[in-house]
Design a protein around this ligand. Structure first.
Ligand code: ATP
Ligand code: MG
Length: 560
């Protein structure tokens, strides 16, 4: 796949197909727009969910409608309040708020009543077959299924058995409630789908009240209908479920919500499966759901992403009807664009080389005024201390420079950002010949952009006063996987073999002192280095900074 980088975001496209559908309804006089975001609280939200959130909340906002938050909590064994809380936090962080907060479990009573309606209509029955038998009886795409021996139970018997299922008289797996549709239906989902199964487990909201739980297909559309959702938007793999979604609504004669499908978001070098992400967390491969390498919303937040950058990304990739994979560099482009506008600039050295300024007095100290954000004059200035010994980046010195190398080299002069011109006089090496420090002189007349005789110096490098520097742990992140598609595996390997051993590289950095107080969540640009923010592990005694993104897209080039 071609790697596209730094491409400009698409211009405001006319309208996407969902907007088209809504505009058509509005034109026909159906002006109410009610959407919902329906996460299952079985994990943390990822960037794919962010896209779904932006679509659902975005459409409601655009057309003066409402968007509900509905937790699809029908699997008691996999769900937890920890996930509920994280989901709410992430949606709010993205900048959205829901009209009402609902749970599929709020509707358990109603769903149960509706199951009785189906039984009475002769459209549902209790099946005693084992899971295995049910699966075998379903047939294949080319062969019809086999009817269950329990399919023709009387309404009375079904009502009695289903009531007893609900009352806990049977063990897990002993019985299920199935819709009675058509065992030869070309859409396999219509071959008497299971509506309820028995699970004796505590639910995070309903406790032990229920021991029968509705299946997704039975719960989802009816929940939409109860909330009078006008546009039930989900991902493409549910298109085969749509006829069944409609079947229940018709059979029950309830509010007709409609389902629309869009392509799910996939990103290169990462995975969106909650099951696999959970595995990485449980096995300690990452530091948690909010590890900055994770594609989760909380991971992006911890890494230093802004909500605006995530929303811009969702907008940029648009709403598609066909599955595709978006290059991760597009997400990085969006965060760079936003941070360039909003992030304050600071100086930090990650690969230090000590520089002693011989003609600067020992013990002297002065402050230089530095601009916080050239893109935003309102961000003001700050003062950066300077003294006799400073650190510069090793890459900013070359003993034998090539032509057009404007940074520091023996006998050459360079501007220290916001400060003096210095000239390299001597290179000090250890026994092995490694450069350990430089001796320089400075031009005392050259502070703040001037020089003693008006000479022009091309190179400008960043620096940090050694005496004032804050030492910090700096975590540099690379993609979590080495393959564009982590599921692309060799014979006998798994997706976990594609984990990138260099996904996190830890360094010691030297930061200008103002960064000691940098609040978590406020990303800055380390000038000439990249964007960084304090990690949640950071303390004033042990500052920890995460690299949010590099200044330019370097990874894609190296790995071409
Ligand atoms: P699981 O991985 O457990 O199957 P899921 O990813 O489908 O779950 P849900 O909590 O069921 O997660 O998803 C909530 C909503 O987010 C659904 O409407 C779903 O279609 C949407 N969604 C999930 N993943 C993506 C994705 N990669 N791109 C766009 N939308 C997504
Ligand atoms: Mg799902």
């Amino acid at each position: 796949m071609a790697i596209e980088t730094n491409e400009a975001p698409a211009r405001e496209k006319s309208v996407n197909f969902l907007e088209e559908i809504i505009q058509e309804s509005i034109a026909k006089g159906e002006t109410r727009v009610q959407t919902r975001f329906p996460p299952e609280p079985n994990g943390y939200l990822h960037i794919g969910h962010a896209k779904s959130i932006c679509i659902n909340f975005g459409l409601a906002k655009k057309y003066g409608g409402k968007c509900n938050l509905r937790f699809d909590d029908t699997n008691p064994t996999k769900e937890d309040v920890e996930y509920v809380d994280s989901i709410k936090r992430d949606i709010r962080w993205l900048g959205f708020d829901w009209a009402v907060e609902r749970y599929a479990s709020d509707y358990f009573e109603q769903l149960y009543e509706w199951a009785l309606v189906l039984i009475r209509k002769g459209l549902a029955y209790v099946d005693d077959q084992t899971q295995e038998q049910i699966r075998e009886g379903r047939g294949t795409v080319s062969e019809p299924g086999k009817e269950s021996p329990w399919r023709n139970r009387t309404v009375e018997e079904n009502l009695d058995l289903f009531g007893r299922m609900k009352n806990g008289e049977f063990a897990d797996g002993e019985k299920v409630l199935r819709a009675k549709i058509d065992m030869a239906h070309p859409n396999m989902l219509f071959r008497d789908p299971i509506l309820y199964r028995i699970i004796h487990a505590e639910h995070h909201r309903t406790g032990n009240k229920w021991c029968i739980y509705p299946m997704y297909d039975y719960a989802h559309g009816q929940s939409d209908s109860i909330e009078q959702i006008t546009h039930s938007i989900c991902t493409l793999e549910f298109d085969v479920h749509r006829p069944l979604y409609d079947w229940f609504i018709q059979a029950l004669e309830i509010y007709p919500s409609h389902q629309y499908e869009f392509a799910r978001l996939n990103l290169t070098y990462t995975l969106m499966s909650k099951r696999k992400l959970l595995k990485l967390v449980q096995e300690g491969v990452v530091m948690g759901w909010d590890d900055p390498r994770m594609p989760t919303i909380c991971g992006l937040r911890r890494k230093g992403y802004t909500p605006a950058s995530v929303r811009a990304f969702a907008e940029m990739v648009g709403v598609a009807k066909r599955d595709n994979t978006i290059d991760i560099s597009k997400l990085e482009y969006c965060v760079r664009e936003d941070l360039n506008k909003v992030a304050e600039r600071r100086m930090a050295v990650l690969n230090p080389l000590k520089v002693v300024i011989d003609n600067y007095e020992e013990g002297r100290e002065e402050q230089f005024e530095a601009i916080n954000n050239p893109e935003n004059p309102e961000a003001g200035t700050r003062r950066v201390p300077f003294s006799k010994v400073i650190y510069i980046e090793r890459e900013d010195f070359m003993e034998v420079p090539p032509k057009k190398y404007y940074r520091l080299s023996p006998g050459n002069e360079v501007r220290l950002r916001y400060s003096y011109l210095i000239k390299c006089e001597e290179v000090v090496k250890d026994a092995e010949g490694n450069i350990v420090e430089l001796h320089c002189t400075y031009d005392p007349q050259s502070g703040n952009g001037s020089s003693s005789d008006g000479r022009r110096v091309k190179g400008v490098i960043h620096w940090v006063s050694a005496r004032h520097a804050v030492e910090a742990e700096v975590r540099l992140f690379n993609p979590l996987f080495t393959k564009e598609n982590p599921d692309d595996v060799e014979e006998g390997q798994t997706w976990e073999d594609n984990l990138n051993p260099e996904s996190m590289v830890v360094k010691k950095g030297y930061l200008e002192p103002s960064l000691r107080e940098q609040p978590v969540g406020r990303t800055v640009q380390f000038e000439r280095v990249g964007y960084f923010c304090p990690d949640t592990d950071s303390t004033p005694e042990h500052p920890v900074f995460n690299r949010t993104v590099t200044l330019k897209d370097s990874w894609a080039k190296i790995n071409k």
